[in-house]
Design a binder for this molecule. Structure first.
Ligand SMILES: *[C@@H]1O[C@H](CO)[C@@H](O)[C@H](O)[C@H]1NC(C)=O
Ligand SMILES: *[C@@H]1O[C@H](CO)[C@@H](O)[C@H](O)[C@H]1NC(C)=O
Ligand SMILES: *[C@@H]1O[C@H](CO)[C@@H](O)[C@H](O)[C@H]1NC(C)=O
Length: 521
């Protein structure tokens, strides 16, 4: 076990000794801590194997001390506490959806911040933190097609007015400087990494308001030259990335399509109602992608890509049309403005052949919240991430994709001044970066629920789950994985039945996230 002892003070940040690998840095205003990575040191995450025979392997992250810290309990030492708080029955044979993956987004803002790191080895370490075997092992990532609000300016790949043949289409310097190099490094660490693209806005000259932001949609009707040009733009995008050695797995046709109907909307958008999206896919995007070799066998088209409150109505409007539906593989959702998990169930129940996936989430985005933006070492945000991942998985989601993989200490850059938090924050001088509690929270899922893992049945037989959430899976290598988040200030004891021949009780500490693995071989 690595134990590092360093003590010094930087302004009001207190760098104290950290056990279990983490170089702890506490900010007196927040309730937990970050792990510091610099040229001298960065804490590796545990590497496989994650389970061992005849024992349980437990990984713990909590508010006060642990960061994905491993402990092993042999089966013979497991006990049952008859008066445990909660009793759960698992059935490893009763199986539900399979995992596609977990990850984050290669935004321009992320690349701008990674570029600020003062050494190449530190840049490589940051990418390894997300994609390496001793990192979070991310498996699905989002790439904005052109600019988003997390760019230093709004731009498209063809700002030449009325260029319907897209003769002037070209990737931006941003792709070459901020995205492609880091995507390639990530792919070197995980050659099965799946990428999906999402545009925020078409070129302004294709839009009714001649601007990337504000209230606007594509000019004209589905099937018209404006709509076809926009569909061809996607083909150009995939072709251009392919020329640079980067192939895609998926696509959402529009980030947050309903935002384009809001007057004065602050950043890049384009309005699509469910009906407009249906006809765009049916008449333009679907056939054009297919003809260019990017049909559903190659590129998984995911609709909606917006909040859960309208996910069912939006998906229903499109998937009820057989022809439009034939081009579509999944339904994507975001976590903002309330978590309507029952809407996910409704999508699955009515359209079971289409996967669900969470494609964007971040803390702390409410402009009126006094805690808006980055809070180094904030524990609550690690819990809200874990809570939402678990609830999503328990309502048929096949994965969870975070937003920016790196930002600065203010949550910059964002040309629309929409600052948020991220799991990795690059220091102001670029000499170090900070792994937030959220980073470890996501790793509790991304490292252990490998693609192809299947959710299994669990039932709460006794006790109340107040402040506690859990989910359970079996991996492709036949490991049972149970993930529990306890947001209470006290420990809870849970007795598990059905996870092998014996029952056992485990204690889950206050404000903690735990992943438990057990080989079923
Ligand atoms: C952590 O962030 C949450 C959500 O933004 C906020 O409510 C809470 O006050 C923050 N905690 C601390 C200790 O700053
Ligand atoms: C059994 O669980 C109860 C409820 O959590 C707890 O109060 C008690 O101390 C536990 N007993 C042992 C032996 O751990
Ligand atoms: C659209 O906006 C651009 C840049 O502001 C301007 O040059 C152009 O004339 C506008 N086009 C129309 C049709 O209004």
């Amino acid at each position: 076990m690595f134990i590092k002892t360093v003590t010094f003070f930087i302004l009001c940040l207190n760098l104290i000794s950290g056990s279990f690998g983490c170089q702890v840095k506490r900010n007196e205003e927040t309730d937990s801590f970050v792990c510091v990575c610099n040229n001298d040191y960065c804490d590796p995450l545990p590497v496989e194997p994650f389970s061992s025979p005849q024992s349980l392997t437990i990984f713990t992250t909590d508010k006060s001390y642990y960061r994905l810290t491993k402990s092993v309990v042999s089966e013979s030492d497991l006990k049952v506490n008859q008066s445990s708080d909660i009793k759960v029955t698992l059935n490893v044979f009763d199986r539900f959806q399979s995992i596609i993956g977990f990850g984050g987004a290669f935004t321009d803002a992320a690349g701008i911040n990674i570029n600020r790191l003062t050494s190449d080895s530190l840049k490589d370490r940051l990418i390894a933190d997300y994609f390496g075997k001793d990192g979070a092992e991310y498996s699905v990532c989002r790439v904005p097609i052109g600019g988003s609000d997390f760019s230093d300016r709004p731009y498209s790949y063809d700002d030449v007015f009325d260029d319907f043949e897209l003769k002037h289409f070209a990737l931006a310097a941003d792709d070459h400087n901020y995205k492609i190099p880091y995507i390639k490094k990530a792919k070197e660490l995980n050659n099965n990494l799946k990428l999906f693209g999402s545009p925020w806005a078409p070129p302004a000259w294709l839009k009714t308001n001649n601007a990337s932001n504000g209230l606007g949609m594509l000019i004209g009707e589905p099937g018209s030259k404006y709509w076809k040009t926009w569909a061809n733009y996607f083909v150009k995008f995939f072709d251009s990335y392919k020329e640079h050695g980067v192939e895609f797995w998926g696509l959402t046709p529009q980030n947050e399509p309903l935002s384009g109907f809001k007057p004065n909307y602050g950043w890049n958008t384009c309005g699509f109602t469910s009906e407009m999206m249906r006809d765009f896919i049916k008449k333009d995007l679907g056939p054009i992608l297919k003809d260019a070799g990017y049909g559903p066998d190659k590129i998984k088209l995911m609709i909606h890509d917006h909040d859960t409150n309208q996910v069912y109505s939006f998906a229903k409007g499109i998937l009820s049309d057989k022809e439009a539906a034939s081009y579509i593989s999944g339904v994507a959702y975001h976590w903002y403005f309330g978590h309507y998990y029952d809407e996910l169930n409704k999508v699955h129940e009515q359209f079971p052949d289409y996967f669900l996936m969470s494609t964007e989430a971040c803390e702390c985005w409410i402009r009126t919240d006094p805690d808006v933006g980055v809070k180094l070492g904030n524990w609550t945000r690690a819990e809200t991430y874990a809570y939402d991942v678990i609830e999503g998985l328990n309502h048929w989601s096949t994965g969870w994709v975070d937003w920016n993989i790196a930002l600065d200490t203010k949550g910059n850059p964002n040309w629309a001044l929409n600052y948020v938090d991220a799991p990795i924050i690059v220091s102001d001088d670029g000499a170090e970066y900070y792994k937030q509690p959220m980073f470890y929270s996501l790793a509790h899922f991304s490292k252990f629920l490998k693609p192809g893992s299947q959710r299994i049945y669990h039932q709460i037989d006794e006790g109340r789950m107040d402040g506690v959430k859990m989910t359970a899976f079996v991996t492709p290598t036949n490991d049972l994985v149970i993930i529990v988040v306890n947001t209470n200030p006290d420990s809870v004891r849970i007795t598990f039945n059905g996870a092998g021949p014996t029952k056992f009780t485990l204690q889950f500490g206050p404000s903690s996230i735990q992943t438990i693995t057990k080989s079923l071989n």
